[in-house]
Ligand binder design. Structure first.
Ligand code: MRU
Length: 364
């Protein structure tokens, strides 16, 4: 169900919000931006899984928290059933949510965290629905706090006068609020630094041109949109001082899976000695994945690539086929720093990421 939000100022709202009165999850419909600010209401775990799959909600942290609320909807739907049936339903819906998108590890992280809480529950006090909902709400609040902290660390790597190439959308829309790389840029500007952003349009779904540009205009941060294949030109010209992006999954060795095009951008940046900074919460780090080679890369429908029109006419010949990997892997050798809410990791990442995760109590 689409809820119109005409006239509501976006900065007062979050990417996703739980509505207690209606027992539903409200998501900003990211497919409609920047033309329209509209919400979609999810009343079942299936609604949430569909919203993740069709990219109503997207961005690694946002889909993780959305899935947590999907499990809350699942638990609330079987409140009157016995514990065995409740857990069976939760496991079934967890599998449905997990299958929605494979690359962002935040989805698995969030589902596993909620399932641990549900499986540990002895069924003595309160209801499972209330318990799972409370955990999802906690995760949403934590996401905002984590992103804010990460933004502060990230801003420390941004200098007054920087021109930054930014890839995809990593802002508030990619999380509950603030976001990752764009959060760091926003924080740097709030600290009084003058920053100019070159926004990669990010083919084929144009998260940069549609969402990042929209967020930057809301924040009043100067930007210009560039085609993805112009990045090398601007890096070579010497006017770019930083490249910033987020991550859908960081392997134990520091290889980063992120939106398609990140690898080519990083290669060009490294060739010109421009620092390549990845900003990602520890929930995006997967110590169980040794390197980028083991990260599953989502293949999306070829229509996303083929649907181009110029002057109202299709660009590609009838019957053309396309390949559409949604992500690529940037090898750790190309990355200068990985910023998390627990601090900044520098090469060699296999050791520095491990240290960060240990200090944050995320691994033994
Ligand atoms: O396909 P999307 O729009 O979900 O991809 C999002 C990205 O690639 C982001 O850069 C990534 O999630 C990290 S920022 C939160």
């Amino acid at each position: 169900m689409t809820l119109s939000m005409e006239g509501v100022f976006w900065c007062c709202m979050r990417t996703l919000e739980w509505d207690d009165a209606k027992r539903q999850l409200k998501l900003i419909d990211q497919r409609a931006l920047p033309a329209r600010l509209a919400y979609v209401a999810c009343q079942t775990p299936g609604d949430v899984a569909a919203a993740i799959l069709n990219m109503t909600v997207r961005g690694a942290p946002a889909i993780g928290v959305a899935a947590a609320f999907g499990l809350a909807l699942s638990a609330l739907s079987v409140e009157d059933a016995d514990l065995v049936e409740q857990r069976a339903r939760l496991r079934q819906d967890a599998a449905l949510l997990l299958a929605a998108r494979p690359t962002a590890v935040n989805l698995r992280w969030a589902v596993e965290r909620v399932m641990r809480v549900a499986e540990d529950w002895a069924g003595k006090t309160g209801g499972l629905g209330a318990l799972v909902l409370a955990e999802a709400k906690r995760m949403a609040e934590e996401d905002v706090a984590v992103n804010r902290r990460m933004a502060e660390y990230g801003a420390s790597l941004i200098s007054d006068g920087d021109t930054i190439i930014h890839h995809c959308n990593t802002g508030a829309l990619a999380a509950v609020d603030w976001g990752t790389a764009l959060g760091a840029i926003r924080m740097a500007v709030e600290q009084g630094k003058r920053v100019h952003v070159l926004v990669d349009e990010t083919r084929p779904r144009l998260q940069g041109a549609r969402l990042t540009a929209w967020e930057l205009s809301q924040y009043g941060i100067p930007y210009e949109i560039i085609t993805d294949n112009a990045a090398g030109h601007f890096l070579r010209s010497g006017e770019v001082s930083r490249v910033l992006f987020g991550a859908d999954r960081v392997a134990a060795n520091g290889d980063v899976a992120n939106k398609i095009g990140t690898y080519m951008l990083s290669l060009a940046a490294r060739a010109k000695d421009v620092p390549v900074i990845c900003v990602a919460p520890t929930s995006s780090i997967d110590p169980g994945t040794p390197s980028g080679a083991e990260i599953p890369i989502e293949e999306r429908p070829m229509d996303e690539v083929l649907c181009l029109e110029i002057n109202g006419e299709p660009v590609v010949p009838a019957g053309a086929r396309a390949r559409n990997p949604a992500f690529d892997v940037t090898p750790h050798e190309l990355i200068s720093a990985i910023v998390t809410e627990a601090g900044i990791a520098y090469p060699p990442f296999d050791q520095s990421l491990k240290n960060l995760l240990q200090q944050a109590g995320k691994i033994a």
